[in-house]
Write a protein of this length. Sequence first.
Length: 466
Amino acid sequence: MSIELITVVALGLVFLIATVLPVHMGALAFVAAFVVGTAFVGEDTDDIVGGFPGDLFVILVGVTFLFAIAKGNGTVDRLVQLAVRAVGGRIALIPWVMFGVTAVLTAAGAVVPAAVAIIAPIGMGFALRYRINPMLMGLLIINGASAGGFSPISIFGSIVNGVVGRNGLPSNPGLLFVSSFMFNLVLSVVVFFLFGGRELLRRSAENTALGGGGRIAVAAEPATSVALGGGAVGHSRAATATGGNRGGGGRGGDTDAGATDGEPEHLPLERDHILTVLGLLFLAVGALAFGLDVGFTALTVAVVLSLISPTSAKAAVGQVAWPTVLLICGIVTFVALMERVGTIDWLGNMVSQIGAPLFAAILICLIGAVVSAFASTTGILGALIPLAVPFLLGGEIGPIGLIIALSISSSVVDSSPFSTSGALVVANSPTEQTDRVFRGLMIWGFSMCVVAPLLSWLIFVVPGWG
């Protein structure tokens, strides 16, 4: 067996084991890099560690550290309250508020499952209280997370743009973000009318609240703990993904959902909240307008906020998305090994020999969608884009269009209940509707495995973008 095939088999085993067993994919990838590198390639540990993505490490730590501070000092909760209060009694807008807030969180640097974990208990609580279809609420939350997930300062966006930049491919971070956002926005419009949105437009909160006098209650603190390590989270493990509290967010008045029967206390933004918002704006403007490094700028803002308010930032380091950091750094380190031994060129040449570039492009998107429906989207993005590099360098397919299509195909399927985001929605659904939501998300998620690659291929690849 050639060394190229050995590395491909090893990568496949990493994804397979992490999908069926509760073993962290990133740790598996590091072990695979060590075993394959030393036993089959003859490298030493210095060579293996040389493939560690230091730039991505700083970005992942910086943005998730900053977001942890924003969550810990109450900025996120206060912004959610303000957003929900702004819709007044128009309950048809509540799912869109959840879409918008989740998109803002991921665009600002929150890991997608973490953002869903924060908003899902709130949104599913509203869904029960105001008789909103839980599929509608859950899908808009997940789509919102994907919509913001590819901003230039987000986790997904940083991964894709970093991989593209290291491989010398043309990139357009702004177009990637706008394309992903618009795709998820249009998809959410379809979801809205498919799952009861038209009926919501005819109702008002005053005559639909369940025992709450028509007042919209704002969730304060979801009792959710995200498990990012295993890749897929199935039906039986959905409750585990939220700290064992199955359906806690879906019972209107439960403490876990944070919803109350009375009107929430509308408090003004305090000093720490204002400073945190200004810090996030500084990060966005600095990175987008002045080209400042996203990771170091985020760390700088986080450190300044920590100095100004040490108490509120004390626990933030422990809330950094370390599982995600381990995941993507492990995958990229193994992919770097594959690049050194020539596997990437070998696979790229195989794809190029298919003879039909457009068919090869949609095949790559389909692979990304199907695998991501069961495994980690961050891992897929870190692995599949490098595998497509030789194919893209051939010039027969626009690289920017294929990268956008692959990114959309791999992220939209997060609605599958076997992915972390989908499992979080299932776990926070009302107990009596859990099975229905699971089945609905399974049908929808698997349909997206075909629909998303096909649509994104038609929109971005066939016209030859980039």
